[in-house]
Write a protein that binds this ligand. Structure first.
Ligand code: 5GP
Length: 210
């Protein structure tokens, strides 16, 4: 039997809200039980149906800032006026259990992680297992229609989200993979194919080729 080196995957998915990221990520998590979701911290209020510890760790600003000071976050950013951050422990705990990690974070957070990884060694496990994917809507018009149809946000919030999306879309070049979410099934096929392929990456060569 040949024993090849394996690395846990840090599967980072970013998208403007309304691009279909949540649906795609939920499908991936439902299909693969070796993948776990990194539950972020946020200072925003829970939406209807959201559970503390499941969708997010909902924190007061004060509690969030204490965690920043303590160095608990791998990355954190202000998105739509609220603080969001990934606890280092979400990643290390999952890796310790032999799981791959799915992170749903914005473009600023993904950039912070890239910068952090750039300063690590070529063979650092986190660096080897880092996979970033950007999901884009077919157009801003489609995005706006989706946000209106899901009826979660007010008109003013939707307008802000579309404007924010236009800025976020400028970052598509930073990501190794880009999926234009026109048809959900086709996009899901693309996402799961990337996930499956990356589990077969030969880390002996990828570190030097990246
Ligand atoms: P929402 O409030 O709609 O759940 O999320 C708003 C945005 O915050 C999304 O783009 C989502 O990817 C991003 N986000 C969620 N968690 C984190 C996090 O831990 N860090 C960063 N940087 N962004 C996050």
């Amino acid at each position: 039997m040949i024993h090849l080196p394996t690395r846990p995957l840090l599967f980072v998915v970013s998208a403007p809200s309304g691009a279909g990221k949540t649906t795609l990520c939920e499908r991936l998590l439902a299909e693969f039980d070796n993948l776990v979701y990194s539950v972020s911290c946020t200072t925003r209020a829970p939406r209807e149906g959201e559970e503390d510890g499941v969708n997010y760790h909902f924190l007061t600003r004060d509690a969030f800032e204490k965690k920043i000071t303590a160095g608990d976050f791998l990355e954190h950013a202000i998105v739509h006026g609220n603080l969001y951050g990934t606890l280092r422990s979400e990643i290390t705990d999952a890796f310790a259990r032999g799981k791959n990690v799915l992170m749903d974070i914005d473009v600023q957070g993904a950039k912070q992680i890239r910068n952090f990884l750039a300063a690590t060694r070529d063979d650092d496990p986190l660096r080897c297992g880092f996979v970033d994917i950007f999901i884009v809507p077919p157009s801003l018009e489609v995005l706006q229609k989706r946000l209106v149809a899901r009826a979660k946000d007010s008109e003013a919030v939707i307008a802000r989200r579309v404007e924010h999306a236009a800025n976020e879309l400028k970052h598509w070049q930073d990501y190794r993979f880009v999926i234009v979410n026109d048809r959900l099934d086709a996009s899901y096929d693309a996402l799961r194919s990337i996930y499956i392929a990356e589990q077969h990456a030969n880390f002996a060569v990828t570190a030097s080729r990246k």
